[in-house]
Design a protein around this ligand. Sequence first.
Ligand code: SPD
Length: 431
Amino acid sequence: MKKFLILAALSALLLSCSSNRDQILKVYNWSDYIDESVLPEFEAWYKAQTGEDIKVVYQTFDVNETMLSKIEKGHEDYDLVCPSDYIIERMLNDGLLLPLDFAAIPDSINYIEANRSPYIRQVFREINPNIDANDYSVAYMWGTTGIIYNTEKVTAEEAGTWDIIRNPKFAGQILIKDAPRDVYGPVLIYLKQKELQEGSVTLQELMHDSSDESIAAVENYLKQVKDGVLGWEADFGKDQMTKGRGVVSLNWSGDAVWAIEEAAEVGVSLDYVVPEEGSTVWFDGWVIPKYAKNLKAATYFIDFMCRPDIAIRNMDGTGYVSANGAFEVLESQIDEEWDPIDLSYFFGPEASAVQVNPVLYPARDVIDRCALEHDWGKDTDKLLAMWSRVKGDNASSLTYVIIVLALLAIVAAILFSNRSRKRRRRKSHRK
Ligand code: SPD
C-alpha cells in the first residue's frame, strides 16, 4: 500500500510538471476500497476506447468529513470522489456536484445503466426528494452498520442488541468506529425503541433527528460506553478483531467480511450481526465535484467501475459489496455453504432463493429494520461538538493526570536542587 501511495504521489508530481490536465484523472476514494490492479487496467481501457492517454492519480481518505472539507474549503480539483449517502445529499444541497453525462459514453460500453440494481436506484431517489441523486452519482459499494463479535467470548444473543457496547463484561475490548453519524444513528435507534414500537416515530424520521434532546441522550449514552472503549478507530478495528485484541466492534459489514475471513485463517472466530433494534444501511457513490477538471475521463472511470468483472474484483479485494446489480456479480458470490435467501429486492425476481453470505447481502427483513442517514446541514456542527466532548473527556482526564505528575516532578526537582545547593554551601562554609 505504502509503495503504491509513494508511486501515486511521484506520478502526480511528474504529471503536474509535464502533462496536460486532460491526461490526468484525479480520484479520491476511501482507503482499502479498491483492487489497485484495476487502475492501470483502466488506463489501458481508456486508451483503447478513446485513443487518448490517461494517468490515474489515486489518493485515499478514512472519513467522509476529511474528503468533504478538501472540496468544500480547499476547492481541490479531484475529478471523482466517493462519499457516503448523507454526504452526497449535502454536496447536492450545496451545489458541489456536477450532473453525470452518460451520453458522453458510447452506448456499446455503458455498464452503468445496464447494471443498476432496482433497489439502489430507488434508495438513491430517496436521498433528496427534490433532486434525483441518480443523475449525480453512481453507487459503488453498500452495506449495513452492525456488530462484529468474537464468537468465543460473546454470545449471538449478547451481540444482537446495541446495548452490547456498554456491557461491562466486555469493557476494554470494545472498538467503536470513529464516524459520528454511523454511531449516532444506531444509538438513537436503540434509545428510541419504545417510540419505534409504539409507532410514534419512524426509523426514517430518526435519521433526520438532530434535536438538542436527542443529541444529549446519545451523548449521555456514549459517555457510559467510553470507559470500556479500547479504541475509536477509522480503519484499524477490523485488524484488532482478527488479532483477538477486541471482542466487540461497532463496524461496517464490509470490514466484517474482511475480518471474519482473515480471522478464520489464524483460528479466531468472528461473526457479524445487525442488532435487532435496527440500524443504518449506507451507500458510497462516485460523484464529480464541481471543481473537477477532467469530466470525460471521470465518466469513463465510473462506467469502468460498473463493468461486472471489475466490480467482482473490487469486492474480492476489499470485502465490501458492490452496488452493481448484474447477475454475474451475484453468481460470483454463490456458495453452497449458505442457506438460500431472498435477494429479489436487489437483483430482481430470479434471485428469490440464492445461496450467498448474508453478511454481504442482507435479507429483506434486515434491510427493513435499517434506514438511510440524512444530511443535517448546519446541525452537523452540533453532532461534531458532541462527538469531541465524548471522546475528548478521556483525553483530558489523562492529560490532567500527566499535568499533575509533571508538576509534582518539577516541585520535587526544585526541592532536591535547593537542598543540594544548601548542603554545598554548608560544606564550603565549614572549609
Ligand atoms: N475502508 C473503506 C470503508 C468505506 C466504508 N464506507 C462506509 C460509510 C458509512 N457511512
